[in-house]
Design a protein around this ligand. Structure first.
Ligand SMILES: O=C(O)[C@H](O)CO
Length: 379
C-alpha cells in the first residue's frame, strides 16, 4: 500500500511538516508496512518558503522588518542558487503576528513585505517568487509600495498612515521613487486565492472578517480599496482590480500586478510542481491532505483542492482532514475530495483545539486507517 500525505499547515497551530508527520504516525499504527510519502505543501501563505526550500534546497535567511502593526518582527525568506529569492508575505505581515485581541484590518500594513523585497534586491535577486496569503492586512499592498519608494499622498501632501482605511484619503501617487532595481527582476506571485480586489468576492468582504474587521469596517475597507484602484488606474491607464488573484493577501496581489508587473499562478500549483507531487502519486492508493479550516472558500486556490486536482488526474482518491469544517464545505466533494473530516472529538475552545492539533490529527488518522482497512476487506 502506498499513501501520499500532502497537507498544508494548520495556521497558528502546526506547520505542514508536523501535520504530515502526525497523520503518518496514526496511519502506521494500523498499516505498519505501508509505504508513506510525506510532502508538506503550502498555497502561497504561511509555510510557503519552508515548503519550497524543502522541495528544492537553498538557504534560509532571516531579517528584521516592520510587522503588520508597525512593530519589528523577525521574518524569514529563502535564497536559491540561481539568484532566485523565495518570499512569503505572511513572514512579515501575517495574521500570526497579531494577537487575536489586537486584530484590526483597518490599520494593519504591509510595509514589512516591501522590506523583504528590498532584502531580495540587495542580495542581487533577478527572480522573486512571492507567496501571498495568510495576511493580517487589508491595505491593497500600499505599505509594500511605500517601502519600495512609492509615495501615497493625502490632500495636504502628507504620506498616508498605514492601513487600508487610510487609502480613502489618497489624492496623489508619486511613483518616481519606485526602486529602479525592480525593472530588472522577474516577480512571480504564488497566490492562495484567485479573488479580485473589490466587491462581493473581494479582499475585504471575503477575508476582512477573519482579520478582525466588523461588517461596517468591511464596507469602509472595500470602498477605500475601490478608490485606491481608481487612483492607480488614473496614473497607469489600466485598471487591474478585477484580475484574478489581485485580492490575495488583502490586495497585495493588486500592488504586485500594477507596479511590479508580476505574473500570477496558484501557489499550490507551484509548490506541488517543485515538490514532485505528480510523480509521488504514481502507483499511490490514497492521498491524505488537510488544512486548519475547510469551507466553500477553499475552492478558490487552497491547498486541499489544488492537490486534489493533481490526484484526480493521477486517478488517486483524496481524503481531507481539517481542524474545522465551515459553511458549505461539501462543495469540496465536487472538486475531487472524496470525504472530509473535522478533527475535534467534541466541543473545544480554539486555543485547546490548536494546542492539541497533533494528537487529534494522529487519532483521526487512526480512525481513517481503520475505516480504510474495513473498506479494503469488504472489496
Ligand atoms: O491573506 C488573505 O487575505 C487570505 O489568505 C487570502 O489571500
Amino acid at each position: 500500500m502506498k499513501i501520499v500525505i500532502a497537507p498544508d499547515s494548520f495556521k497558528e497551530s502546526l506547520g505542514a511538516a508536523a501535520v504530515a508527520e502526525a497523520i503518518a504516525r496514526g496511519w502506521r499504527q494500523v498499516f505498519p508496512q505501508a509505504e508513506i510519502i510525506l510532502l508538506p505543501m503550502a498555497d502561497g501563505g504561511e509555510g510557503t518558503v519552508d515548503a519550497l526550500l524543502a522541495a528544492v534546497g537553498g538557504e534560509r535567511r532571516e531579517c528584521q522588518v516592520r510587522g503588520p502593526l508597525g512593530t519589528p518582527v523577525r521574518a524569514h525568506w529563502g535564497w536559491l542558487d540561481n539568484a532566485t529569492a523565495v518570499l512569503e508575505m505572511a513572514a512579515a505581515s501575517g495574521l500570526h503576528w497579531v494577537a487575536p485581541a489586537q486584530r484590526d484590518a483597518t490599520r494593519t500594513g504591509t510595509y514589512g513585505t516591501g522590506e523583504l523585497i528590498r532584502q531580495a534586491l540587495d542580495a542581487g535577486a533577478t527572480r522573486i517568487i512571492l507567496g501571498l496569503g495568510g495576511s493580517a492586512t487589508n491595505d491593497g499592498g500600499a505599505g509594500l509600495l511605500q517601502a519600495l519608494g512609492v509615495r501615497l499622498l493625502d490632500r495636504h501632501g502628507a504620506e498616508l498612515a498605514p492601513g487600508g482605511v487610510a487609502l480613502a484619503g489618497l489624492v496623489r501617487l508619486d511613483i518616481s521613487g519606485l526602486d529602479p532595481r525592480l525593472q530588472h527582476v522577474r516577480v512571480e506571485v504564488a497566490a492562495d486565492v484567485d479573488n479580485p480586489l473589490c466587491g462581493p468576492r473581494g479582499a475585504s468582504r471575503v477575508f476582512g472578517p477573519q482579520k478582525g474587521a466588523s461588517p461596517a469596517q468591511v464596507e469602509r475597507l472595500d470602498a477605500a480599496l475601490a478608490h485606491y484602484a481608481q487612483c492607480v488606474a488614473a496614473i497607469l491607464g489600466e485598471d487591474h482590480r478585477d484580475s484574478p488573484g489581485v485580492g490575495a493577501a488583502g490586495g497585495v496581489g493588486f500592488a504586485c500586478k500594477a507596479f511590479l508587473h508580476a505574473s500570477f499562478r496558484p501557489g499550490i500549483e507551484l509548490v506541488a510542481e517543485l515538490s514532485g507531487l505528480a510523480q509521488a502519486l504514481q502507483g499511490a492508493d490514497l492521498l491524505i491532505t488537510g488544512e486548519g479550516r475547510l469551507d466553500a472558500q477553499s475552492l478558490h486556490g487552497k491547498t486541499p483542492v489544488g492537490v486534489a486536482r493533481i490526484a484526480q488526474a493521477a486517478g488517486v482518491p483524496v481524503i481531507a482532514l481539517a481542524g474545522s469544517l465551515g459553511e458549505d464545505y461539501q462543495a469540496l466533494y465536487g472538486a475531487g475530495i472524496a470525504a472530509a473530516f473535522s478533527l475535534t472529538p467534541g466541543p473545544l475552545s480554539l486555543e485547546q483545539a490548536c494546542s492539541e492539533a497533533a494528537e487529534q490529527l494522529e487519532a483521526r488518522s487512526v480512525d481513517l486507517a481503520r475505516l480504510w482497512r474495513l473498506a479494503q476487506a469488504a472489496r
